[in-house]
Design a protein around this ligand. Structure first.
Ligand code: NAP
Length: 243
């Protein structure tokens, strides 16, 4: 229970990786704000599983207003110890056919939300000189991925932001790291061409896709006492894809 009395926010926590992270933080003793955008039922299920240590907050965190709404919930609870920027989307197309709208929407949803949530969270963490931010990026942000120019660019932006904030905030005892999943079996992979997925699986040294529960324990560790001197890192959890 190393996160007892910690207040955490997980964006996009109603399903997928965010849900697994919220539940893992709850098992470590944290109180968790479960942000979601559209599906209140699944977010409330996560809150129910958190057994009184959770609260669902509906907000589109790609907007300043939405980010402010989520952060206000943490303030009501008394502050913020751990922010996990997990919310994300993809909208894949070869770059030569990609529209301006596709580019901007994915950049706003992924990098824009991370920027806006970090900016607001730092106001809460800066004064008390402690806090942890974990940004969920992707191996696509490290290596690129054909058909995902907008997504890869947004995830690379998150890596740049992570390293910059680690430098800006180190002396305030605020750590900022990024977790880069490889292929993880969630709804996000559901609309990817099965032939592309088969090819992708062949490139994974461990020979299988990850599960959300392969990602969540690392986030718990990064939020806990064992990681207090760990900052500015991008840690891939990808079955060896990026090694
Ligand atoms: P997912 O199952 O599609 O879930 C994404 C979550 O993000 C949903 O709960 C969604 O909420 C939420 N969300 C999206 N935009 C939002 C916004 N503007 N405001 C609030 N919530 C928003 O995806 P996932 O696979 O769990 O992905 C989680 C994170 O891991 C993403 O950042 C993704 O890029 C990253 N990642 C995933 C993989 C993978 O293979 N799955 C690999 C590398 C990185 P709604 O339900 O309301 O739409």
């Amino acid at each position: 229970m190393e996160l007892t009395d910690h207040i955490a926010i997980v964006t996009g926590a109603g399903r997928g990786i965010g849900r697994a992270i919220a539940l893992e933080l709850g098992r470590a003793g944290a109180r968790v704000i479960v942000n979601y955008r559209s599906n209140a039922t699944s977010a409330e299920e996560v809150v129910a599983q958190l057994g009184g240590r959770g609260r669902a907050v509906r907000a589109d965190v790609s907007t300043t207003e939405g980010a402010t709404t989520v952060l206000a919930a943490a303030t009501e609870w008394g502050g913020l110890d751990l922010l996990v920027n997990n919310a994300g989307i993809h909208d894949d197309r070869l770059l030569m056919r990609m529209t301006d709208e596709q580019w901007q929407r994915v950049l706003d949803a992924n990098a824009g939300s991370t920027f806006r949530m970090c900016r607001g969270a730092l106001e809460l963490m800066y004064r008390k000189r402690s806090g942890t931010i974990v940004n969920i990026t992707s191996v696509a942000g490290i290596r690129g991925n054909a058909g995902q120019g907008n997504y890869a660019a947004s995830k690379a932006a998150i890596i740049g932001l992570t390293k910059t904030l680690a430098r800006e905030m180190g002396r305030r005892n605020i750590t900022v790291n990024a977790v880069a999943p490889g292929f993880v079996s969630t709804d996000m992979l559901a609309d990817v061409d099965p032939r592309v997925l088969e090819g992708a699986k062949g490139m994974i040294p461990m020979g299988r896709f990850g599960g959300s529960d392969d990602i969540a324990p690392l986030v718990r560790f990064l939020g806990g006492p064992g990681a207090r001197y760990l900052t500015g890192q991008v840690i891939a959890v990808d079955g060896g894809v990026s090694c």
